[in-house]
Design a binder for this molecule. Sequence first.
Ligand code: MSP
Length: 535
Amino acid sequence: MAATGTNSNGASAYYVTTPIYYVNDRPHLGHAYTTVAGDVLTRWHRQRGEKVWYLTGTDEHGQKIMRTADANGVTPQQWCDKLVEEAWKPLWQHLDIANDDFIRTTQERHTHRVQEFVQDLYDKGEIYQGGYEGPYCVGCEEYKTPGELLDGEGGAKLCPIHKRPVEMLKEENYFFKLSEYGPKLLEFYEANPGFIQPESARNEVLQFVRQGLQDLSISRSTFDWGIPIPWDPKHVIYVWVDALLNYATAVGYGADSAKFDATFPADVHLVGKDILRFHAVIWPAMLMAQGLPLPKRVVANGWLMVGGEKMSKSNLTGIAPQDLTSHFGVDAYRWYFLRAIQFGQDGSFSWEDFSARYTSELANDFGNLASRVAAMVGKYFGGALPAATAAGDAEQAVADGLARAVAEADRKIGEEIDFAGGIAAVFDFIKQVNGYLTEQEPWKVAKDGSPEGQARLATILYTAAESLRAIAVLLNPVMPGAAAKLWDSLGAEAALGALADQRIGEAAGWGLLPAGATVTKGDILFPRLEEKKDA
Ligand code: MSP
């Protein structure tokens, strides 16, 4: 199912979400990976001229947060407030994340509506009281099935994700009749083959649901850091039911029907593969039970790995994004993980690979192209972009290459959510333009003082500058800082207006940058890396 940019109910926002992050700890590369991906997708659709709504936020209830707060001698609310303000929000600002909203599950706009939602389900007979006993992983905040546990030392049973012992929990809880939704979910997956991406994730979910679903325990009574069950406040609502509802409460569920109808459901829920079942099984079932529309797509990203394991703070392998941005810069950081890892697959972070790609693709291929062209327009034409009066086959080939790159990048990023493929299309075009300059040798043509020679020189430099104009538009969603510098150095703002207003579809148009535009050298886009100090 291709994204259309409009919701099926005719409303207009292309609605993108990230998971809401647990604030028991500070963010690491793995968290930032999804949020940057969502930001690129958002900015891409904005530049398609669509109305977009990008939501992120924090998941603040549950035992994991409560225990962390206890261990730090503060209340859970104090802990959350501190982490949100000191660690999470500043990181998103640092990484140039242009989210439209930031929801916290302790906000009243959320808690009240969650209670109403759950009360409604109770009134409809979708929730009943019962008992449950089973192994529970606090790291996942999830009951596990005995079959999926790993064997640890001394007969301990371990969570397959956290590799830490599970706890046996026995509770009188309220249950949601999830088991009744298996057939309806399978029907839905069948009718909407693009609902879960990638294919491997879809297969995993199908297999899981075909085995038969168990009812879901949706309340806890052994601790109190959560939203009280309205009809029985000794219980709090299970943190995952609470958390999933953020996607509805943040856009006005039960409070602002105009906003809700114009935004909900999500066009894309971006999630890590470890939380796929919550989004592709439990969440749709909750919405079906309430008669609400289902999301268009759930896209699972793989994990960033360290030493063969999922990067995580609890395993002490969590690297702070700032450790990399201080060396490579924010633009290169945003670019690298989406460029180097096929979205959906696991990928390992390596300092060496990042440095090598930075040097070859950003500093050499892209940065050098931009600075060489600006320097030559300065040197030979006093910084005024000359007109292309002698264009021929070679120039046509560049224009054709651009048209291909735009179509490919838009299909890959805008439709398929394949960031690596889309970015590769743009960087292949950059290579083509470099190849064009190498062949045309403007520095040699410049020595030919004849009118024909001057016309050729002007044409070559115009062609390269016009290519850079389109490259700035295409890379703006991925690296807004560098793209803005390039836009500036081409004098494009004065001639064409704000970069963010440039449409992806029109980027392939040829001859948009007018002759006479003021080209300046500007800052180097990607400075050479200094040796890492502690390497
Ligand atoms: N609070 C829940 C999500 C609720 S959404 C309604 C949660 N939070 S989390 O902070 O533990 O994880 C948030 C996201 O970060 C998940 O999508 C998870 O996959 C992702 N990542 C955490 N470590 C990761 C890597 N090492 N690599 C890539 N993403 C990983 O789960």
